[in-house]
Ligand binder design. Structure first.
Ligand code: ADP
Ligand code: MG
Length: 228
């Protein structure tokens, strides 16, 4: 719809601006970090405080750059469950540190989509990270993958964390909206942009019992690309 087109354009212009600024900030920041690390300070504490804050700026820049990197988008027909498994494997330690049990269910055939695997990875990482942060300590995450009759693939990621508050539900995907003390408010925007770029969508809702559900929807592989 027209509304969706306007949304997508807004997102990409914000992304381009953000990436431009982030890129300009990266070099002076790297220089600063280098100098602070070399400081022969008697007060180690001040030095650590400075480095912590500078690293935080670095993280924000990383996330901003991710938003609009005009990356060579190499889409391919991929097994999305494999991409998910890679991410779950990579973050195994992170989940167990938080005493979180992650389970995965696939309904029906192995879902394949036409996508850029690194970006899909990025989507999973951002959604799972938010799920862990909403749980904090001790809980569960369940992922359900399903390929519909019309070839559309849906992935539901449920957590039993705090759930989204009303403000969060209305502001999700807006840059810099965060309810966390150390949040950047960029994760949901990155997810939204990547899903848009893939002709898919993302939806957030609260679960009746406790926690939140993030639903990712990818269009199915175009028929002409199958069996190639
Ligand atoms: P950040 O994680 O840095 O806060 P995000 O853009 O990733 O930024 O998320 C924005 C906000 O959305 C979070 O601060 C949080 O309030 C809310 N949110 C996202 N995912 C969840 C979730 N699974 N459960 C509860 N709240 C969530
Ligand atoms: Mg986040």
């Amino acid at each position: 719809t027209e509304e969706q087109v306007i949304q997508a354009e807004k997102l990409s212009s914000v992304g381009r601006l953000a990436a431009g600024v982030a890129h300009e900030l990266r070099n002076p920041l790297t220089v600063l970090i280098g100098f602070v690390e070399l400081l022969d300070e008697r007060s180690e504490r001040k030095k650590i405080l400075m480095i912590t804050e500078l690293q935080r700026m670095n993280l924000i820049i990383d996330e901003l750059l991710m938003l609009a990197k005009p990356q060579a988008v190499e889409k391919a027909v991929i097994d999305i469950e494999q991409v998910l498994d890679d991410v779950l494997f990579l973050y195994q330690g992170f989940f167990s540190q938080h005493e979180i049990v992650v389970s995965k269910v696939r309904k029906g055939k192995v879902p394949s989509i036409y996508a850029e695997p690194n970006q899909v990875k990025q989507v999973f990482v951002n959604v799972l990270k938010n799920a862990v942060e909403a749980i904090g300590y001790n809980g569960k995450i369940q992922v359900v993958l399903e390929q519909e009759q019309n070839e559309e693939v849906t992935i539901m990621i449920d957590d039993n964390g705090t759930g989204l508050d009303l403000v969060a539900l209305s502001k999700l995907g807006e840059p810099f909206f965060t309810t966390k003390k150390d949040g950047t408010g960029l994760g949901t925007m990155i997810v939204k942009k990547i899903m848009n770029d893939h002709g898919g969508s993302v939806n957030y809702q609260n679960l009746p019992e406790k926690g939140a559900r993030v639903t990712l929807t990818f269009p199915g592989t175009p028929v002409k690309l199958l069996n190639h």
